[in-house]
Design a protein around this ligand. Structure first.
Ligand code: ZN
Length: 491
């Protein structure tokens, strides 16, 4: 265990930043609500997946053994409606979108959780939980359906900070004659003719949405979770209902730390299909490197709203290119002489020491990835200041370079999931992708760079400048470095 670092997390239950202490260290259980598999994933889904992926990576880095569960809701009204609309079986719809989500998350370098349970594979566990709630007198059967009686659970509202009486006034509650209280929620729904159904003691039907997370988290992680995560929009009613049905059944706290990520807006507006500003993960992956998307998602603290703009993601792309460019040249630094650190080397060393500590401290402070990235790019700027002098690097500077590369790999690579590729390969692949989009050929660019080089050697700076300007108009920027004329496709 890396005991020197104390992780603090903002707990929605207490509305405070708290030092994280799991129930049974070094084990940590973490459950994050996954997708309802009826449509393609959008940037909001990717944000939740990437935020909790970084938390998962960081917990493991701190030495915890993490049991990470993320579910799939594979039966729901939305799935049934989509199936009816497309004339396909409901389970085919669910299977299709689960597979697509898994592929996209793998592309985004999101590590697979320990378990990815599906609701329909846990019907017996859900029925058992409902029976337990009926036995305890907190749930009632009404005409083939089962409802949770919110008035029987005194803690109802503790997560969202609302009182039962206030909630009725403000909430858009589903009116049903079967319910005893307007906020009672369905644990088991009777199925309509033609709908998928499972046998139960109350007749054929299917589980209510909230139920699966309680049943599946208890099956895989026991009755108390260390961390439960999801988007802010899940606090009420979903997580409030999960707490009610879990704690009423077990009499134990359901969750120690509730962690919620903020939502995505687009150009300052709520993202919605109906508004036409919906950003799908598929579309972004077609246009940007997966690490660009990751970097963009981590530029804001996870609890803040994150506004998607083209400029925002293009800035993330530039930053990522800058990171790989610095890594690429840093790798080229070789010892040219025996000796200690030059003035530039000393600056680099102190920047590196600041980074090594600051990066981890930022993540420990409620997973402040925005700060962690700021620490990273502060080091990148110092690397760029050092590089022009690196042709005369000393043995100690070459050693420092190795330490920096290893540390970037361990912290930025392994913790943020950024900078994981071999720099030369990354640069080559991204150049090809961008050239293709612009309809340009690499040979033509290399020929022009060669011609500029020759003009410079014969001191024909006018021609050299003209070539540089003509490349700039095509979207190609040149950088003269001690090793080569480096070029970037900036468009
Ligand atoms: Zn859930």
């Amino acid at each position: 265990m890396r005991n020197e670092i104390k992780l603090k997390l903002y707990n929605t239950l207490t509305r405070q930043r708290e030092v994280f202490e799991p129930l049974n260290p070094p084990r940590v259980s973490m459950y994050v609500c996954g997708i309802t598999a009826y449509d393609e994933a959008h940037l909001g889904h990717a944000r939740a997946a990437v935020v909790f992926d970084v938390l998962y990576r960081f917990l493991r880095y701190l030495g915890y053994e993490v049991l990470y569960i993320r579910n799939y809701t594979d039966i729901d009204d939305k799935i049934i409606n989509r199936a009816l609309k497309e004339g396909r079986p409901w389970h085919e719809i669910a299977e299709h979108y689960i597979r697509e989500y898994q592929e996209e998350m793998a592309a985004l370098k999101v590590l697979p959780p320990t378990h990815e349970p599906r609701a329909t594979e846990h019907i017996p566990e859900m029925i058992a939980l409902v029976e337990r709630l009926i036995e305890r007198g907190v749930a009632y059967v009404a005409d083939g359906e089962v409802y949770f009686a919110v008035e029987k659970f005194p803690g109802y509202g503790k997560l969202s900070g609302r009182k039962l009486s206030d909630m009725i006034a403000g909430a858009r509650v589903e009116v049903s004659e079967k319910k005893r209280h307007p906020l009672d929620f369905a644990l088991w729904k009777a199925s309509k003719p033609g709908e998928p159904s499972w046998d139960s003691p109350w007749g054929p039907g299917r589980p209510g949405w909230h139920l699966e997370c309680s049943a599946m988290s208890m099956k895989y992680a026991g009755e108390t979770l260390d961390i439960h995560g999801g988007g802010l929009d899940l606090i009420f009613p979903h997580h409030e209902n999960e707490i009610a049905q879990s704690e009423a059944a077990t009499g134990k706290p359901f969750v120690r730390y509730f962690v919620h990520n903020g939502l995505i807006t687009v150009n300052g507006e709520k993202m919605a299909k109906s508004l036409g500003n919906y950003v799908s993960v598929k579309e972004l992956l077609a246009r940007y490197h997966p690490e660009t998307i990751r970097l963009f998602l981590l530029t804001k603290h996870y609890r803040s709203p994150l506004d998607f703009t083209e400029k925002g993601i293009q800035d993330a792309e530039k930053a990522l290119y800058g990171l790989y460019e610095a890594l690429y040249f840093l790798q080229k630094v070789k010892p040219q002489r025996e000796g200690g650190l030059s003035k530039a080397g000393k600056r680099l060393k102190s920047a590196f020491e600041k980074f090594a500590l600051g990066m981890l401290q930022s993540l420990a402070e409620d997973l402040n990835t925005a700060e962690a990235l700021a620490e990273t790019f502060a080091l990148i700027s110092e690397i760029n200041r050092f590089l022009p002098t690196a042709r005369q690097a000393s043995s100690e500077e070459a050693k420092l370079k190795e330490e920096i590369l290893a540390s970037l790999k361990e912290k930025v690579g392994a913790l943020l999931g950024i900078g994981l590729e071999e720099p030369a390969q990354f640069i080559q692949k991204e150049r090809q992708r961008k050239l293709k989009a612009l309809g340009l050929k690499e040979e033509d660019i290399k020929r022009k760079i060669q011609a500029r080089e020759e003009a410079r050697q014969r001191k024909d700076f006018e021609t050299a400048d003209r070539i540089r300007e003509s490349l700039a108009r095509q979207g190609i920027a040149l950088r003269d470095t001690p090793w080569e004329t480096f070029w970037v496709v900036e468009k």
